[in-house]
Design a protein around this ligand. Structure first.
Ligand code: SAH
Length: 217
């Protein structure tokens, strides 16, 4: 890795600590995964700044401190089955993979899905990327220990709640124009505990048809 990028990465990790990320496993995952690989090379000089950056299809790779915070809230343990909604660039999925999770990630944009799938195959061949609608979850691999949503959800999607194990956690930004970060703990099939962790701005979780749904996977 280029020494300038390496320096920038070490600096980012220091900044994440300052911003309250204290889970050493999460910080180690940020050290392990090269964020610049998840964007076009003309953006590399900003890859380790704490900012969201544009990827294709009008979408963004989330701000590193947001990825770190959501990941910390998720309390991932090695071997757990984790479902991510909104693969985007694939960076969050790679971070979850670096924590030893069995990662399943869903994206509705065909172009982003294909790109992330190819990239993640080189970084961690165990991560499963699925072209589909996140509101449907991933019945085939359910139930999940953890679910992380990386787009702004209008409410807690019923099917995702159903696909979460009892005792499992879901970290999800809820809201239309801006979102409140929520952590849901599933108590039983009907009940959950809800905690709130501040305001965020995510691209929306969209319920309409998938983009380019003529392709069959
Ligand atoms: N986790 C990503 C950030 C993604 S931005 C990363 O690390 O780069 C949010 C993503 O959610 C976008 O790529 C968007 O296309 C996707 N998305 C929005 N609604 C969706 C839905 N219903 N199902 C699956 N993906 C969705």
């Amino acid at each position: 890795m280029d020494y300038l990028l390496l320096g920038a990465k070490k600096n980012l990790i220091k900044n994440l600590r300052k911003k309250g990320i204290c889970d050493e496993q999460v910080l180690a995952a940020f050290d392990k995964i090269d964020r610049h690989l998840f964007m076009d090379s003309f953006l590399w000089d900003k890859a380790y700044e704490d900012m969201a950056l544009h990827i294709n299809c009008g979408q963004t790779i989330s701000q590193p401190s947001t990825v770190a915070f959501q990941t910390q809230l998720l309390q991932v343990k090695p071997g757990e089955k984790v479902l991510e909604i909104g693969t985007g660039s694939g960076f969050q999925a790679a971070i979850l993979g670096a924590l030893g999770a069995r990662v399943f990630s869903i994206e509705r944009h065909l172009e982003l899905f294909s790109k992330a799938k190819n990239l993640l195959a080189q970084i961690n061949e165990k991560i499963i990327v699925h072209f589909g609608d996140g509101f449907q979850g991933y019945e085939r691999y359910a139930p999940f220990d953890k679910i992380i949503v990386t787009c702004g959800a209008p409410e807690i999607p019923q099917k995702l709640f159903r696909q979460l194990k009892v005792g499992g956690l879901m970290v999800i930004p809820v809201g239309i124009d801006s979102q409140v970060m929520k952590r849901i703990t599933k108590i039983d099939e009907e009940n959950f505990k809800e905690e709130s962790f501040g305001n965020y701005n995510f691209v929306p979780m969209l319920e309409d048809r998938m983009k380019d749904s003529k392709t069959v996977f």
